[in-house]
Design a protein around this ligand. Structure first.
Ligand code: FAD
Length: 437
């Protein structure tokens, strides 16, 4: 890879999510040469991705060009490339556009979907872990209604208008709420020839509550809000299989052409680390983010597992954790360059929140817990402020204000047609075919 060799130690950063972005902003590039690698040329604000999927926001409101963030930063280079593996023995990163030696390596590659070995689920479900997947989901939701208009089969129509979300964490709950709003305010106007009352939204959760990582208060309130909005909430329900048409659970089977998978993620670990450094699909790090058994390699954010007394399974996979870690490691390496010690990381938990819909949200801030309209304003304010720049904030704010005042959403576009994987042929049909022969 063609990066100039200069008389400064080189830090290679893989991934420009919340961790990589904050790290690169805060690292002193007078003391280090910084090379940032990402397979995309943009940073994604994942917490608002469900709004892209549900036609609430256009994609470019929640992504930001990486080159624009770092315009003018000295000794800084960005290359759009996918890292294939690393070779710690020769301190080199291997990528789709060539090899790159490093002095320090920062792995901030985030997380990927985890289907827990369910091959059928992986084949037929729609996940929402990247911008492309969110856009696919938006297209398929709208394609369903276009197709529902043109089918004479009641069963097929219902299957197209049923949406099953697996996982009642923040993503599942927020998406279910957004779909319920589409059903109430938007779809009846867009599809007057369809009986939109037939549309059903199901959320399936294996544990006994929604928003499992939040307080009991938040869990109860959000379940109540969802039910009030007409969402069917299935708690203590395990999904066993999905063939593209039928969701098999340990309670009832549901017919749907659209199963949305929000039930699991795993660290996006780049190949090349010692096996002992990877536990439970995340990279084991100490309090200075150093990867177990490796020198000069650090891991941050979702991919890293820093086990502490108060976080025995590592920190939660949250944007705030990743962002704080990125900033903290940069400050540590800046200290190291001045001959000072690196300091241990302490996570400042500023609270957790989720929105369910118009005027409805839940907020946990330490001992303070609230829900409803005020929580919804707090949720909007925090998310607006977390966006990368003023332009994005303004665009999102105007979109939200428009939607709120006009009961409308502006981006109901099928920008590309998404093809479903063909469901496996059913055994009965195969038998019937044999009999015909
Ligand atoms: C739908 C959704 C909603 C969420 N909502 C919230 C929320 O409301 N609040 C909250 O706190 N958190 C939320 N999260 C979690 C939060 O987004 C993550 O915790 C956070 O993004 C982790 O940051 P990161 O920097 O570790 O990884 P990421 O932000 O995932 O960034 C990883 C980066 O690495 C790049 N990359 C990965 N592999 C490679 C490779 N091999 N080569 C090159 N580049 C690579 C990717 O392109 C990406 O840019 C949500 C996540 C999702 C998916």
């Amino acid at each position: 890879m063609d990066i100039p060799k200069i008389d400064l130690p080189r830090i290679v950063v893989i991934g420009c999510g919340f961790a990589g972005l904050n790290f690169c902003k805060k690292i002193n590039s007078q003391q280090y040469q910084v090379v940032l690698l990402d397979k995309n040329n943009y940073h994604t604000f994942q917490p608002l991705m469900y709004q892209v999927a549900s036609s609430g926001l256009e994609a470019d409101s929640i992504v930001y060009p990486i080159r624009k963030v770092f315009t003018g930063k000295k000794h800084f280079h960005f290359r759009m490339t996918e890292v294939q593996y690393i070779d710690p023995s020769i301190k080199t990163v291997h990528t789709s556009i060539g090899d790159l030696p490093y002095d320090y390596l920062v792995m901030a590659t985030g997380a990927a979907n985890n289907f827990f070995g369910m091959d059928n689920m992986e084949k037929h479900a729609f996940p929402m872990k990247s911008l492309v997947e969110a856009l696919d989901l938006r297209s398929i939701i709208l394609q369903n209604f276009e197709q529902a208009l043109n089918t004479e089969s009641v069963k097929e129509r219902e299957s197209l208008m049923n949406f099953v979300i697996v996982g009642a964490g923040a993503t599942g709950v927020e998406l279910a709420g957004a779909l319920a709003e589409l059903k109430k305010y938007i779809l009846p106007k867009d599809y007057p020839d369809l009986d939109i009352r037939k549309m059903q939204i199901h959320v399936i959760e294996a544990t006994d509550k929604v928003l499992g990582n939040m307080s009991e208060n938040a869990a109860q309130k959000s379940e109540k809000f969802l039910k009030k909005m007409g969402v069917n909430v299935w708690l203590n329900t395990r999904v066993a299989d999905y063939d593209g048409e039928i969701v098999t659970t340990d309670k009832e089977n549901l017919h749907t052409r659209t199963l949305i998978w929000t039930a699991g993620v795993k660290g996006n670990v780049v190949n090349g680390l010692d096996a002992s450094a990877v536990q439970r699909n995340r990279v084991e790090v100490n309090e200075q983010y150093e990867v177990k058994g490796h020198q000069a390699i650090f891991a941050l954010g979702d991919v890293a597992r820093m086990r502490l007394e108060n976080y025995p399974e590592g920190h939660p996979m949250l944007a705030s954790v990743a962002g704080q870690q990125g900033t903290h490691l940069a400050k540590n390496l800046n200290r190291l360059a001045k001959g000072q010690n690196m300091l241990p990381f302490k996570y400042k938990d500023k609270g957790t929140m989720a929105t369910i819909g118009r005027n409805l949200a839940v907020v946990d801030m330490g001992k303070i817990k609230f829900a409803g309209l005020f929580a919804w304003f707090a949720w909007m304010f925090v998310h607006l402020m977390l966006l990368v720049d003023f332009r994005s904030r303004l665009v999102v704010f105007v979109n939200w204000a428009w939607s709120y005042l006009r009961y409308d959403k502006g981006t109901r576009l099928i920008v590309r047609r998404v093809e479903r994987k063909k469901p496996a042929k059913k055994k009965v049909l195969q038998v019937a075919a044999l009999e015909e022969e």
